[in-house]
Ligand binder design. Sequence first.
Ligand code: ZN
Length: 149
Amino acid sequence: MVLEQLDTLYREVILDHFREPHNHGELPDAQIKAQGTNPLCGDEMAFWVKLNGDHIEQVKFSGKGCAISQAAASMLTEQLKGKSLKDAHGLIQTMRAMMQGQEPSPQADLGDLESLAGVRKFPVRIKCAALSWNILEQGLQDYQRKGAA
Ligand code: ZN
């Protein structure tokens, strides 16, 4: 089990979010609903995003799967609330770069997402963490494309 091999600090933060996920639930009046799966591990996730202009007013998720996938979703929703769509895309790019081994800039406001850096040592598990931002990015892009059409 990967979690047992993580550094204690990372493990505790991830387990906290897994046991008590933030922003868990559904948003019936959300403009964006996006979902996806990670068949390698069996993780499933859906996100609801409520926008106010070009800002994310509220975001929630529901799903099931391993601790890393569920904790990543909880952490990501926490960081995305109140962000502009542009900053949301920026955060997703930062997370992707971090999982590929780049150190995030000190200005990057990652919050608990930083603890996912410990998952880099386990390439198969990177997909568990990345499921959240892959789904959200797709959802935001689809929405913005529709809006521009
Ligand atoms: Zn997983």
